[in-house]
Design a protein around this ligand. Structure first.
Ligand SMILES: [Fe+2]
Ligand SMILES: [Fe+2]
Length: 188
């Protein structure tokens, strides 16, 4: 199996776990009466779903067959719930995960797809990589507010349906990551 196909499967598994984890983190934030943090976790969870969709599309193109994600995706609900901590710790975990994906995982995956000349995978990985960087930044903003006991204001959150970029307050006229127009942003 080519490295790129292996990497796509690993990315789909990682994103599936992140997506579910953020849903659980959102529930926890609601329990702690932090609805704004819950909104951010939910919005970013939906952004991970876009990465999953893009990676599956790339995998289909490369393998020329239907993708059965249950063959390589394992989301261990029990473990995810077991590892659930308070919202501050959950934010730190999320920042670590996003940073790992940006600086290590997707960085390497982009490199190997270039080497294999797989443009479809390279695009999917590099869009995800740039979006994860934004996710880490937004989680960090909220963590800082929490750590300084500052209130977190309610913000409008927009998610680019093409690349999973997330923007506060208003969608940009053009997505800075995938260059699609404003109309591809959905308010979360
Ligand atoms: Fe992310
Ligand atoms: Fe985008």
């Amino acid at each position: 199996m080519s490295i790129v196909i292996q990497n796509l499967k690993e990315a789909i598994n990682g994103e599936s776990n992140a997506k579910r984890k953020y849903e659980l983190y959102a529930e926890k934030a609601k329990e702690e009466n932090l609805p704004e943090v819950a909104d951010l976790f939910e919005a970013i969870s939906s952004a991970e779903a876009i990465h999953i969709k893009n990676h599956i599309r790339a995998l289909k193109v490369l393998t020329n067959k239907d993708v059965k994600i249950e063959q390589f995706v394992e989301v261990n609900e029990h473990d995810l719930k077991q590892n659930l901590k308070d919202t501050k710790a959950n934010l730190i975990d999320a920042i670590n995960g996003e940073t790992y994906e940006t600086k290590k995982m997707y960085k390497n995956f982009v490199k190997s797809s270039k080497k294999e000349g797989s443009e479809v995978a390279e695009l999917s990985f590099s869009l995800a990589r740039k979006a994860e960087k934004v996710h880490a930044k937004l989680f960090s903003i909220y963590l800082k507010l929490l750590e300084n006991n500052k209130p977190i204001e309610k913000r409008k959150i927009f998610v680019c349906q093409i690349c999973g970029n997330v923007e506060f307050e208003a969608p940009p006229s053009v997505c800075p990551i995938c260059e699609h127009s404003q109309k591809f942003f959905k308010q979360y």
